[in-house]
Write a protein that binds this ligand. Sequence first.
Ligand code: MG
Length: 316
Amino acid sequence: MDEFELVARYFDHPQAERNQVTLGIGDDGAVLAHMPGTESVIVTDTLVCGTHFHKEHSAASIGHRALAVNLSDIAAMGASAEWATLNLTLPSFDESWIEQFAASLLALARRYDVALVGGDTTRGPLSVTMTVGGRVNTGAALRRNGAQPGDSIYVSGLLGGAAAALERDDVHSEDALLDALWYPQPRLALGVALVGLAHSAIDISDGLLSDLGHVLHASANLGADIDAARIPLYPQAERDLGHRRALELALGGGDDYELCFTVPTARRGSVSVLEEELALPLTCIGEVTPSGACHVRHNGRILTELVPGYRHTWSG
Ligand SMILES: [Mg+2]
């Protein structure tokens, strides 16, 4: 048995039993059943050492993150996740690293009933690529381009935690900011519940203003009015970095993996019910406007403005 067969052994654990997986890991390919009345949603993401994470970051956090960032995209589409593939490039055979990486990735897969159906292992600079498949009822997928003027704009959870953890440059203590950075929680239950409720949705991987900008741009170049006072911040980020910096990171920091979605105003009551059911903060931060500009206001004053093209500048 060579070392890459040994790697495969760490992933050879009981997989989520899924009806649609006719043949899972172990053959030349996986076989997935067609499910009438549904459509497949496919997402993929690559994490490269030195770009998306660094050598000192734990194998467990990298394993979790590799799957979580893909599940976050599945959530943003309103789909439920079904299967995943993993392509792992390793510089050397470090058995304890591989064991921790695999255990963390598989724990997240089990939590969301995702079957690992295949993958590949090669030698080279450390990088992790995952592809995840999910499913929605035909025509039901959430999209970026459905926002309408007057929609209420919501975000899930708290924002800016991952960016605050990086800026604070303290990777040794354990707290909510580091959890946000290394163990982002994909909002799959929220995504599925938003089908038929939200006009549009996106996950916040590049920062709230950037990703909301994608929604507005795709939705016929609409604008937005955002109230800075309503942006949900991490108390720890405000304490460690100050309110202003915590707000800046919540607006532009990235790596939040929360969902941003727009809902017709008449359905806001349903969002409140959902917030209770999921025990997850769902905060209305503003509304979609017909203009092509996105304004963030603070005490009635315009704090920042995004114009079409979405290069944002700070004022005041
Ligand atoms: Mg995304």
